[in-house]
Design a protein around this ligand. Structure first.
Ligand code: SAH
Ligand code: SF4
Ligand code: F3S
Length: 472
């Protein structure tokens, strides 16, 4: 996922639309096939693995070909209008498949399901089931109901659900890296953002169940886990009797201690919440990757205030300075929104200048897209014309392209510890894998190394998006 390089896409959506393919769980097989496709953030991918697990418990097997599925699930994203449009277009493909196979069931899951609720059934006639992100345990009932010919909706949000006890299935993955959700929902109410409405209140998952899941992954040969939450720094869990309290820095430490052979990543850090304690914990453990995704959104304090980000330019810069001080080799990536409500040319320049200050390794960059029902949609006017938003975005992208190259160049001439993920996309004579800073490194295959191994690679050059070298 975090591919260094320049792309404008849905957040972390490099695996967008990819289908999960699973073998049947031993013993049970109801003869029906599930096809599941995910859009949006890593949390949606992680949820699809939970959904697949629930479906396999019902006896489903899965297929990578939707035309042959009995049930098609599409796990959706609402973050920007084009994310929703992509799902609508995909539903048209499924409608064609359903004409050929009329008893095929189509379910819409995730954030769009939550946002549109039963309206989805009116708007998209082919849809049989609408399920929000907190209602996946109800899938067996919803499918039974649809089997009986009744369309079914469950979009109840929960204050407690974390699916802590459900063991996700991970058969699409390379067997080397996995996602582990540590919390759900978000309480931040950034004014542009639909997530608090689609994912509900923030809740943290039992720390023991997280450590247990990571331990199981390690026992199954996994070498890298990414801890997921909308705002991992506000992770806060306490035992029922209140005697045990765990914050994010402490959770990181517990997970890092599972094994020095498992590398830890996490996403997303919120600039208002990331503490020095987290940075010192990262410093203390070699297996916590020195990489932080720290979305800035804008470099201007007035715009940040309108966005309700609850930090200003100076605060953000101070956090970057703290990272540079405590973790000198840490890579930083960000998210930026161009053309938010009432943004002036000078305010846009502040975004460009904060980029010059931080020199991000990587960035996800977007034009502001008004989302119905959000505080910004209610209280502010989406008044920056499309062509200006577009020009500002292009200026941001162009600057980031230069900065990504600067950061890659700095890594040339050094030895990098890389976890081999598999063959490079372009050639089976090369392996690829990421270094600590999350940059992709390409190097020749040789006999004594294999995917899942850590190797030291001397990097002698780079392209715009990858480091190239040889194993030493
Ligand atoms: N929880 C993360 C972000 C989740 S959404 C955080 O707080 O940083 C991922 C990114 O999508 C956001 O960081 C933001 O840059 C972008 N985004 C969210 N809503 C948007 C909107 N309405 N228009 C454009 N970009 C948006
Ligand atoms: Fe959205 Fe803000 Fe929550 Fe991130 S922190 S998910 S941007 S409301
Ligand atoms: Fe999209 Fe929902 Fe994630 S809106 S970005 S799938 S939390």
């Amino acid at each position: 996922m975090f591919n260094p390089g320049i792309t404008v896409k849905e957040h972390d959506e490099t695996r967008q639309g990819e289908a999960l393919v699973l073998d049947s769980k031993s013993g049970k097989n109801n003869g029906r096939k599930l096809y599941i496709e995910s859009y949006g953030c890593q949390m949606n991918f992680s949820d699809s693995e939970i959904v697949a697990s629930i479906m396999m418990d019902m006896g489903f097997t899965t297929t990578g070909t939707y035309q042959e599925a009995d049930v098609i699930f599409i796990n959706t994203c609402s973050i920007r209008e084009n994310a929703e449009q992509r799902v609508r277009n995909r539903l048209k493909d499924f409608a064609v498949a359903k004409l050929r196979k009329p008893d095929m069931m189509v379910g819409v899951l995730g954030c769009m399901a939550e946002r549109l609720k039963a309206k989805f059934l009116e708007e998209e006639k082919l849809v049989d089931i609408v399920v929000g992100p907190d209602a996946y345990r109800d899938l067996p009932n919803l499918i039974n109901s649809a089997d009986e010919g009744n369309k079914a909706v469950n979009v109840l949000l929960s204050r407690e659900e974390t699916y802590a006890d459900i063991n996700p299935v991970r058969l699409t993955s390379n067997g080397i890296s996995a996602f582990v959700s540590i919390m759900r929902g978000c309480d931040n109410m950034c004014s542009f953002c639909v997530v608090p409405f689609t994912r509900g209140r923030e809740r943290s998952r039992d720390a023991h169940s997280i450590v247990q899941e990571v331990t199981e992954l390690y026992n199954n040969g996994y070498k890298e886990v990414t801890l997921l939450g909308q705002n991992v720094d506000s992770y806060k869990w306490s035992s029922e009797d209140g005697t045990e309290k765990v914050n994010f820095a402490q959770l990181l430490e517990r997970v890092a201690l599972v094994s020095p052979d498992v590398r830890i990543r996490f996403s997303t850090s919120h600039p208002k919440d990331i503490t020095d304690e987290v940075l010192y914990t990262m410093d203390k453990y070699d297996n916590i990757c020195k990489y932080i995704h720290l979305p800035v959104q804008s470099g201007n304090s007035r715009i940040l205030d309108l966005m309700n980000r609850t930090y200003d330019r100076e605060w953000y810069m101070e956090r970057v300075n703290a990272i540079r001080r405590i973790l000198p080799d840490c890579a930083i990536s960000t998210d930026i929104i161009a053309g938010f409500c009432s943004e002036t040319e000078e305010e846009h320049q502040d975004t460009l200048s904060i980029m010059d200050f931080a020199i991000y390794d990587y960035a996800y960059m977007f034009m502001y897209s008004e989302r119905p029902g959000t505080p910004a949609a209610k209280k502010l006017t989406d008044d920056i014309p499309e062509n200006i938003k577009n020009r500002r975005l292009n200026e941001i992208i162009s600057k980031q392209r230069d900065h990504s190259k600067v950061r890659l160049d700095q890594q040339v001439g050094k030895v990098q510890k890389v976890l081999i993920e598999g063959f490079s996309k372009k050639s089976d004579k090369d392996y690829c894998g990421r270094n600590d800073q999350n940059a992709m490194v390409i190097f020749p295959v040789s006999d004594n190394i294999k995917p899942g191994d850590y190797v030291n690679v001397f990097v002698d050059r780079c392209t715009t998006a990858t480091l190239i070298g040889t194993v030493v």
